[in-house]
Design a protein around this ligand. Structure first.
Ligand code: SF4
Length: 108
């Protein structure tokens, strides 16, 4: 509740065009850094699913993006092993191409 009240107080002070030029510049800079690190532009819309081989495509792509975003293999590797144990990892893909036909974005 304390956090909700704090957020409400902050929201009361915010208004349209309240960011300074420097703040907007910083926002753009940070946004571009994140955008450059995204490896696959997957939004987890799930239109590529279901995969006939059981691959959880959005989750595999999310793990791949985590590797590039955080430049850290440890956590994504652990999660990938979990997916592999559930037979949902990209390693089970037989490249049938169904997901690429159904996805609104390119998955390559
Ligand atoms: S190519 Fe086929 S088997 Fe591979 S992830 Fe896409 S739908 Fe699944």
């Amino acid at each position: 509740m304390e956090q909700v009240n704090e957020n409400l107080e902050i929201a009361k002070r915010g208004h349209v065009n309240s960011l300074t030029h420097d703040e907007l510049e910083l926002y753009e800079k940070v946004k571009n850094i994140y955008a450059e690190r995204v490896h696959v532009g997957c939004t987890s819309c799930n239109y590529c699913m279901p995969c006939p081989k059981g691959v959880d495509i959005p989750l595999n792509l999310s793990l791949l993006n985590d590797v590039y975003m955080y430049k850290n293999l440890e956590k994504p590797t652990g999660n990938y092993k979990f997916l592999k144990g559930k037979r949902m990892s990209a390693g089970y893909c037989n490249q049938c191409g169904d997901c690429e036909k159904n996805a609104p974005k390119t998955l390559k």
